[in-house]
Design a protein around this ligand. Structure first.
Ligand code: ZN
Length: 391
């Protein structure tokens, strides 16, 4: 396979663009390919392509480099003689269902390259690039500034066919800013406060109310984020109750544990994210509305590089911290078609200078005027995740 440099955005939004194409039809049942009618974009924060494609990294699975208290136990759980054996233990759903029904991009060992193009190596620019389809050079860090750029989810939510059926979930209190909620009214759950969708939404179930209590009562380990377990059960319940057509889910623990140089918990977080994705996939496959009509796209907001400090900090200390992987599949046998170059420019020129691909034109390149308000977290300090120094 020839080497290729590409960004995630075009693929994810091309698929979302297809979903929108369906909504344009006078009768939704007349929409084009029914397999494109529901999209779930899943991001696993700072998950390296190395673990996705090679599994446990022997070099980091030690006391010295990865703070691993029991390296033998970690090897028993995720170790293996070959990369394919190790990755299947780490992310069994990816390497079973996705491997057989979907497509992978970004395995550098096979010459496939997927990169961010924002050049910032932190989370907000990576998420913004992914959901807006452009790089905004003014978005430099993780400060709580309302994103002035229109994103694909707000564009979908504005369409009558998508009303009440576009939802975004993350475990970080910056997500409402990344999605521009204050500007566009899109409800974004950050897993910090209670899940409280706007009036007119379906009634919350007992499970959701229980998780809301846990969000309040379980002490948070990190100031601006919470455990992924505060998100996963609500995503399942809300999928049952609200029948989303476009869904965004971001798991954050991988990044938090990596910042703590806790390689074992980083791997556990990746393993749990894989299990959560599997559970959602199985749920949707059990619902006639979704079965064989749903596309999952899975990626990361950035990589972490190959060195110990880069892996910890996710910063630009190595030549490749912007690397990321992506994979996607959908429940029909049509998948994304044959293995081919994704429909995107291989250039690393900033996207803001490129013409929008045809499928993105419906979103446009809207940039809304300020306020560019810089807000503070509930602990009084501006959250700058990924930018803090390692201990
Ligand atoms: Zn991140």
């Amino acid at each position: 396979m020839p080497a290729r440099a590409a960004s995630l955005v075009a693929l994810a939004l091309a698929i979302l663009g297809l979903a929108v194409g369906g909504s344009r039809a006078a009768n939704p049942s007349d929409a084009g390919d029914p397999a494109d009618r529901h999209v779930v974009l899943i991001m696993i924060d700072g998950l390296r392509w190395q673990e996705v494609f090679r599994g446990l990294d022997e070099a980091l699975a030690t006391k010295e480099r990865g703070n691993v208290a029991d390296a033998e136990a970690l090897h028993r759980t995720y170790g293996g003689a070959s990369p394919s054996e190790r990755r299947a233990k780490l992310m069994p759903f990816l390497w079973s269902t996705v491997a057989s029904e979907g497509r992978f991009f970004g395995n550098r060992d096979e010459g496939s390259k997927v990169e961010c193009t924002n050049g910032r190596f932190v989370s907000y620019p990576g998420y913004s690039e992914t959901i807006c389809g452009i790089v905004d050079p003014s978005i430099e860090g993780n400060a709580k500034v309302v994103n002035p750029n229109r994103n694909v989810f707000e564009a979908l939510a504005a369409k009558p066919a998508f009303r009440g059926r576009v939802w975004a979930f993350g475990c970080w209190d910056v997500f409402p800013f990344i999605f521009g909620s204050e500007r566009n009214g899109l409800y974004v759950d950050d897993s910090i406060g209670p899940f409280a969708p706007p009036a007119g939404s379906p009634k919350l179930s007992e499970t959701i109310l229980t998780v809301n209590r846990l969000r309040r009562d379980v002490p948070r380990r990190w100031p601006g984020s919470h455990f992924d377990a505060m998100l996963a059960p609500i995503v399942l319940e809300w999928t049952r109750l609200s029948r989303p057509r476009a869904l965004f889910i971001a798991y954050g623990e991988t990044d938090e544990w990596a910042h703590e140089t806790d390689y074992a918990r980083y791997l556990d977080a990746a393993h749990r994210a894989d299990a959560s994705i599997a559970e959602l996939w199985q749920l949707m496959q059990s619902m006639p509305e979704y079965r064989n009509r749903t596309t999952f796209v899975i990626t990361a907001d950035h990589g972490r590089g190959a060195t110990e400090s880069a892996s910890r900090n996710g910063r630009a200390t190595t030549p490749e911290p912007a690397d990321r992987m992506r994979c996607g599949w959908r429940s029909s046998d049509q998948a994304f078609g044959p293995r081919r170059r994704p429909p995107m420019s291989p250039s690393i020129r900033p996207k803001s200078q490129r013409p929008l691909p045809a499928r993105w034109e419906w979103i446009g390149r809207a940039r809304f005027p300020p306020p560019h308000r810089r807000l503070t977290s509930d602990r009084g300090t501006t959250i700058r995740r990924h930018e803090r120094r390692a201990p």
